[in-house]
Design a protein around this ligand. Structure first.
Ligand code: ME8
Length: 644
């Protein structure tokens, strides 16, 4: 069927590294994207929502090697975890891109070659520092530490020196064009504070950017010079083109590009607001309309991350509550752009107070009253009085506000407004006291009117909440006996109408079960065994464990490594031979504490040179309050005894 085509809306999330399983930070961005996608569909747009995984590069290569897997094997395992989690959270992307897909690889190579042929890419040598965790080149002004190391200013992890031939992108040549672009499109980066950050970064000057690696094999090769693989960020950013048909589906691509909203975390702003538009300008593509940068979820004052082990267990929350409470909490608790703090208490408060009390009770009370008063069949209502029409008018105004707040990505405010209306409806019921009218024939029509208003409000509120809590909205509409599902009614067609006389109402079950804080805290402190198992990438089979050669070692001699606080050099007897190893326990143990002691050593660890001393093995110790605690064996355990 031809006709006027609908306006489109294309929303993206970052694509996530497959070095580890998904966590709350990933879920946060992807839920925002899902909410926006659903809201724009209800606003009548033709929506495309893209998410996926970033599978190449040194970080993934290293993580795979540490697990004894090929990068492809690791990616294949982790991708399933992302897709499963999105399904469990009712996140429904239109396409899930993996950067190992042939259409993506081809697209990236094509664009790379075009830029090379037109002179935007040239060959040189990179000498500097690289952070594998962030997959980024450190800027020259990052100072060296006293011991000739550099630390990545963004993630705080140790960077390593790099000296290799690479192809450069002429980023410096795009400084003026970028500044002009920001000037003409002040909404390109939101929130505004982030736009200002980007502008001042670019004003300070831009250096050309290395965009190939010769020491990383896990990447897309540059066919004209195949010892080079394409830098993972150049590769990854282009997913936003290849994921929407750039190489393979030109109609799709023409229809949706440029992206309307690209959601990202604040840590990857520079890549998306500086490098990405420069790449696009160079290749001659239109630029995205908006890069929207959100804040971080923190816990106990630190950014939540798997490596810090301060993430809460998303799977456990899903098991206890289903997807909607988490979706609601994350969207309601902080406006997009600010950092948020997660605590079990604040989560449960939102669930018990906002969801179970305010919304859940309203739904339950209204539907139960209809069922009890009239056996689920509403009679013809009496006329609207002022209070009744007030409730109707307030809903009409609410719908206008909420739809434009959704449009403006002000999701927290949209929810606040919906809750203000829920309070109003609860107050209306408290004032009207319909429960006192039941059974009085003279008040039957009045009762029908009050219940009709309340049911209309419940229906309308559920619809407005659909983008955030799709499952709950569907449930309420089904109980109300609606023939359509909420997603089949556009916002503009949503009216304040409830139950026509004679409509049968279903029996509601509690929408959001209340959970006691102490039960919740106990559950969160002790994840169910199968959840813990599911959520860890660290599992090893016995076969892998067996590869480690762990032995009891007798310390023959111990001395400090000169000019260090923590390092001790140990001569140890591991049964078959004497070894030298270096241990970072000198802040807790003196050489005298260790001499003559028996402890556990992994003897087949690859040797490492530490402060000029070759260390052939590593002692095992517990970490307690940031310090090492060694477990010692009794004197009668011979050196060389196998530990299993
Ligand atoms: O950066 N709170 O992937 P990634 C909120 N592959 N957001 C958080 C967070 C937290 N505690 N922790 C992480 C990459 N994030 C690249 C992207 S796009 C072309 C390539 C967010 O797996 C973070 O801000 O490290 C970022 O948006 C995303 O998760 C990073 O995921």
């Amino acid at each position: 069927m031809s006709g006027t085509s609908k306006p489109t809306f294309y929303v993206t999330t970052p694509i996530y590294y497959v070095n580890d399983v998904p966590h709350i930070g990933h879920a946060y961005t992807t839920i925002i994207a899902d909410v926006l996608a659903r809201a724009r569909k209800l606003a009548g747009r033709d929506v495309f929502f893209l998410t996926g995984t970033d599978e190449h590069g040194q970080k993934v290569q290293k993580a795979a090697a540490e697990r004894g897997l090929t990068p492809r094997e690791l990616a294949d395992r982790v991708v399933v975890r992302f897709q499963d989690l999105w399904r469990a959270l009712e996140i429904e992307p239109d396409f899930f891109i993996r950067t190992t897909m042939p259409a993506h690889e081809r697209g990236v190579q094509k664009i790379f070659k075009k830029l090379k042929d037109q002179g935007d890419i040239y060959k040189g040598t990179y000498r500097g520092w690289y952070c594998v965790s962030d997959e980024c080149y450190l800027s020259d002004d990052v100072p060296e530490e006293s011991d000739r190391t550099k630390v990545c200013p963004d993630c705080g992890k140790a960077a390593h020196p790099l000296s290799e031939e690479c192809y450069y992108f002429r980023l410096s040549a795009y400084r003026e064009r970028l500044l002009d672009f920001y000037d003409s499109r002040p909404d390109f980066v939101r929130p505004e504070s982030r736009m200002n950050e980007v502008v001042s970064f670019v004003r300070r000057g831009l250096k050309d950017l290395g965009i190939t690696r010769t020491t990383v094999s896990w990447g897309i090769p540059f066919p004209d010079d195949p010892k080079h693989t394409i830098y993972v960020w150049f590769d990854a950013l282009h997913n936003y083109l290849t994921g929407v048909g750039y190489d393979g589906d030109p109609d799709l691509f023409r229809k949706y590009w440029p992206a309307d909203i690209q959601l990202i975390g604040k840590d990857i702003l520079r890549f998306h607001a500086v490098f990405w538009p420069a790449f696009l300008m160079a290749a001659g593509f239109e630029l995205p309309r908006c890069v929207f940068s959100h804040g971080w979820w923190m816990m106990g004052g630190a950014k939540m991350s798997k490596s810090r082990r301060n993430v809460f267990d998303v799977n456990l929350i899903l098991k206890l509550f289903g997807p909607d409470p988490l979706r609601y909490f994350l969207m309601r608790e902080i406006p997009i752009g600010l950092d948020g703090n997660y605590s079990d208490e604040s989560f449960l408060h939102r669930v018990n107070s906002d969801l179970a009390n305010d919304l859940g009770n309203l739904v339950q009370r209204t539907l139960t009253l209809v069922r009890k008063s009239f056996g689920g069949l509403l009679p013809a209502p009496g006329p609207e009085n002022e209070a009744d029409s007030g409730l109707r008018a307030a809903f009409v105004a609410l719908k206008e506000r909420v739809t434009s707040l959704y449009d403006d990505v002000a999701l927290t405010r949209a929810l606040e407004d919906i809750w203000a209306y829920i309070f109003l409806v609860n107050k209306y019921l408290a004032d009207e006291e319909p429960w006192k009218m039941a059974g009085d024939p003279s008040r039957e029509k009045r009762l029908a009117r009050v219940l009709l208003q309340a049911a209309s409000a419940v229906r309308g509120v559920s619809h407005l909440l659909f983008p955030v809590m799709p499952g709950s909205a569907r449930k309420v509409w089904a109980w109300l006996g609606e023939k359509k599902r909420p997603e089949e009614v556009l916002f503009r067609d949503l009216e304040f109408v409830g139950l026509e006389p004679g409509r049968r109402v279903g029996e509601p079950t509690p929408l959001f079960p209340r959970v006691a804080l102490k039960d919740f805290l106990a559950a969160m402190a002790e994840p169910a065994p199968e959840t813990a198992k599911e959520d860890s990438m660290e599992q090893v089979g016995y076969e892998e464990f067996k590869k480690m050669d762990l032995r009891v070692a007798l310390v023959l001699k111990a001395e400090r490594v000169p000019n260090t606080d923590k390092l001790l050099k140990l001569e140890v007897d591991v049964g078959s031979e004497t070894r030298t190893l270096v241990a970072g326990v000198g802040d807790v143990y003196s050489p005298e504490d260790l001499a003559g002691k028996r402890l556990a050593v992994i003897v087949n660890l690859k040797p490492a040179v530490i402060r000029g001393v070759e260390s052939r093995g590593m002692i095992l110790a517990a970490e307690w309050q940031g310090k090492a605690k060694i477990a010692f064996y009794d004197d009668d355990v011979p050196a060389g005894s196998r530990i299993k």
